[in-house]
Design a protein around this ligand. Structure first.
Ligand code: C5P
Length: 220
C-alpha cells in the first residue's frame, strides 16, 4: 500500500526495540512492537491455564486472533489489565518464543500487525517484519550486536531495575532463544534479501538511530 514502512528485525537484546521506537518518534510515525503481540498471546494463554506445547496450538491461535491488546503510550493493556511489566518478564519471553514457532499462531496475528500501518508511516520491530509481514517495505534493517555485547546490555538493564542476574546465564538464554528463532520452520529469524545489516556493538543508541534515519533520508 501507500504507507511507508521501515522494518527493523534482529535478535533478542540487539537494541532494535529502543532504536525502532526512537526512529518512529523522530519521524512522527506509528510504531509496531510485534514481540509484544507474541508476549501478550503467551501471557493470555498462560492465564487461561494453557502450557506452551504443540498440542495446544489451536487453542493458543484462538487466543491470538482475539487478543484484546491496546498500546497506550508506554503502557500495554490486555483488556482492562496493565500488563506492561508482566510482558517484560524473562518467563513471558521464553513462552513467547515457544508459541512463535506455531504457524497458526503467526497467521492469527497477521491482520493485527498489518493494521498498524497508517500514514504518514510505520516503524515495525520484530523478527519477520521485512521477510513476511511487510515484504515490500522500502527500508529493511537487520540489526545485530555480538552475543557478549547483548548479554552485557541486558545485564545492565536488569541491575538498574534492582534485579540480580548472571551475565553468563543471560548470554546462554539469549543464544538459546536466537537458535530457536533462527531454526524454526515458519518465518525464521534471518535478514531479508534486501535488508541492510547494522551491527551496533560499538555504536551508541543515538548513532544507531542516526544511521537508520540517514538510510531513510536516502530513500526520500
Ligand atoms: O522481541 P521480543 O523479545 O519481545 O519477542 C519475544 C519473542 O517473540 C521472540 O523471542 C520471538 O520468538 C517472537 N517473535 C517472533 N516474531 C516477531 C516478534 C517476536 O517470532 N515478529
Amino acid at each position: 500500500g501507500a504507507v511507508p514502512v521501515i522494518c527493523i528485525d534482529g535478535p533478542t537484546a540487539s537494541g532494535k526495540g529502543t532504536v525502532a521506537s526512537l526512529v518512529a518518534q523522530r519521524l512522527g510515525y506509528a510504531f509496531l512492537d510485534s514481540g509484544a503481540l507474541y508476549r501478550a498471546t503467551a501471557l493470555a494463554a498462560a492465564r487461561a491455564g494453557l502450557v506452551m506445547e504443540p498440542g495446544n496450538e489451536a487453542a493458543i491461535a484462538v487466543i491470538a486472533r482475539q487478543l484484546p491488546i491496546r498500546f497506550d503510550g508506554e503502557r500495554i493493556w490486555l483488556a482492562d489489565e496493565d500488563v506492561s511489566e508482566a510482558l517484560r518478564l524473562e518467563a513471558t519471553g521464553a513462552d513467547a518464543s515457544r508459541i512463535s514457532a506455531m504457524a497458526t499462531v503467526r497467521t492469527a496475528l497477521l491482520d493485527l500487525q498489518h493494521g498498524f500501518a497508517r500514514l504518514p508511516g510505520l516503524v515495525a520491530d520484530g523478527r519477520d517484519m521485512g521477510t513476511v509481514i511487510f515484504p515490500t517495505a522500502p527500508l529493511k534493517v537487520f540489526m545485530t550486536a555480538s552475543a557478549a555485547c547483548r548479554a552485557e546490555r541486558r545485564h545492565k538493564q536488569l541491575i538498574s531495575k534492582g534485579i540480580d542476574a548472571k551475565i553468563d546465564s543471560l548470554r546462554a538464554d539469549l543464544e538459546a532463544r536466537d537458535a530457536r528463532d533462527q531454526s524454526r520452520a515458519v518465518a525464521p529469524l534471518k535478514p531479508a534479501q534486501d535488508a541492510l545489516l547494522l551491527d551496533n556493538s560499538t555504536l551508541t543508541i543515538e548513532e544507531t538511530v542516526a544511521q537508520v534515519l540517514a538510510w531513510w533520508q536516502e530513500r526520500q
